[in-house]
Design a protein around this ligand. Sequence first.
Ligand code: ZN
Length: 435
Amino acid sequence: MSGDLPGVKLDEQLLGRQLYDCVADLYPICRSITGDGVRETLSHLKQIVPLTVSEVPSGTAAFDWVVPNEWNIRDAYVKNAQGERVIDFHDSSLHVLNYSRPIGETMSLAELRPHLFTLPDKPDWVPYRTSYYAENWGFCLSQNRLDALPEEEYEVCIDSSLGPGALTYGELLIPGESAEEVLISCHICHPSLANDNLSGVAVAAYAARYLQSRSTRYSYRFLFIPATIGSLVWLSRNESSVSRIRHGLVLACLGDSGPLTYKRSRRGNAMIDRVAAHILKQRDDCELFDFSPYGYDERQYCSPGFDLPVGRLSRTPHGRFPEYHTSADNLDFVKPVQLAGSLLACLEIFEALEQERVYLNQKPKGEPKLSKYGLYDSIGGGTDSPAFRMALLWVLNLSDGRHGLLDIAERSGLDFQEVALAADALCAKGLLKEM
Ligand code: ZN
């Protein structure tokens, strides 16, 4: 697709590199739903956009949930009898069961085994496992590594802390002309996984940076939050103002090689659902899904007590790529060009939301004579494309006060941008007025 938005030339290659660099920069950090990894991640993101960081104390209630104790980790390893680290947290943050309580013991392989997690079907890969709400400890490793461990005594150390602290999240409100908001939400809780979490984080950060550089009709609120508990905490702290949210997108898994996919909001036919479907269908291939109460934080935004118009933009959905939640979701798995394409799709969706209007044809009796207004004089070699001329006719015909530009784009099969350009041209000639 082109890297152009109205009035702006975007360098798709440069964007791809910036997004990829952002993912690569954050990849080594050991994140979780709380702790210093989240803080460090947010401080990196502050170099891209000016986030406000909130700290919510452990024990704070969020509807039916409670902010858990804060988890931090400095080191974790399993050493063999020779004192060699056969599993080392410093090789990959995935090696420790996320939220492991501290431990320092010597034990046999048989005693250690119930605390080891592998993927027998993918013997080279390390799984990603968590135990946020049930206290446990453990290590994740490849099946091949486990198979190579002899029966002997092992020194097991997890130098972590799990105690009262806070849940940390980042937020940015970019004010527009209106207090009505577009919500963009992504997760910042996964450790060294590139597509799942970091691709969404990078796309959200650069979308925010782009929106900061222009004026908008809507206000845009970006949330960088840990999974589930983060959105519950945010919703519980902002319950009185969520009615301002007119449209929303959860961003997740946006860097793999798959086509773009969109999961509809619970409402199913919200403006964001229609706009996202329209923008994605203009691409070679895409897939649309209906809402289900499983997935990312759309589960919380679309819970019946909120029922917000929030869908989810992804490439290959979570759980549908084998690399999901494994060490194979690494920096080779995400592609700069895919990240850039995801960002541009996102910005096109926002652009369509910004431009959506209902207009009224000022000369509705018969067709206006377009050549009189300089809108039909380039036939036969001019700059106006046949699609633009069709868009003029469609906009004039359907602008009866009951159809918006999205209705016109859907019904005509024309690109939204083409329809919006035609509406601008007709307005400039006084043939169309905004309702
Ligand atoms: Zn995940």
